[in-house]
Design a protein around this ligand. Sequence first.
Ligand code: NAP
Length: 297
Amino acid sequence: MFDRVAFVGFGLIGSSLARIMIRDGLAGHISVTARTQATLDTVTRLELADSVTLDATEAVRDADLIMICTPLGAYGAVAKEIGPHLKDGAIVSDVGSAKQIVSREIVPHMPDGVHVVPGHPVAGTENSGPEAGFAELFMGRNCILTPDDGVAEQAIEKISALWKAAGMSVEMMSAHHHDQVLAITSHLPQLIAYTIVDTAEQLGEDLKHEVIKYSAGGFRDFTRIAASDPTMWRDIYLENSDALLDILGRFNEDLTHMRRAIRRGDGDTLHEVFTRTRAIRRGIIDAKQDKLEDQKT
Ligand code: NAP
């Protein structure tokens, strides 16, 4: 599918995609660059790349596909560094969990003749690093592509074919719409998990002990989600703040509504809301998105 692929950043997501490329022979040569030598040593030991280098400009030279798999906060600096070294006709894509950032931080650094096709494979776990990756991660999940108007159709088709080879359904939408949808489906739930676990952490010692002992009562799932990479999630909240603040405002209102119902002993309201939410769960089961025990970002 590609002669030369360069991964800039190579953790859970990048290494999972590389495993698929190796398994299915989708890349003639895979070069990997990351921030630390320790990660590159791990990549070499796992035999996930044909070449590794700390120099991003060297990694991307002559590459047909450059897949950016770093946290969002690194996008601007990475794009500025690699931009002048990209070959004419190269495709630059990414896997970031927020998408409007690509037009803002990556596109301005790209030379003419380079095609930018932003992507977000909506699949993941709370683990990080190249050892955490596995080829089945994307199977049966959705990948959202958000190319700007005017991006070459051929480039979009190639990225689309790549994610389909990984077992994903590919959807197109605007970056703005993506960020709104993910704010409610992923970024808010993750924030709630972080907050609940932090609230428990700040309880008195006695209660904290009980929380751990009885964690099976719903809390345990929150602790798994709240164990996710702090850098990655900090960057998501900084980058998708508009959509998230909007949805947080609504959520706060709804929470106040529930609080009032509990305070007033208004069982009808509680029952009505809980009945409505059951229907959402049924929809997810019907869409076959309930099976894997993962967290989607
Ligand atoms: P990860 O496992 O933490 O790996 C991040 C990689 O980026 C590492 O190779 C790291 O290098 C490199 N990196 C970090 N900062 C860098 C910098 N300033 N310059 C260059 N390289 C840098 O991350 P991940 O979970 O694969 O996530 C990568 C991207 O995928 C993020 O944008 C995230 O939003 C998106 N995403 C994540 C998930 C998920 O569930 N994890 C799901 C969908 C999409 P070192 O190891 O050398 O530090």
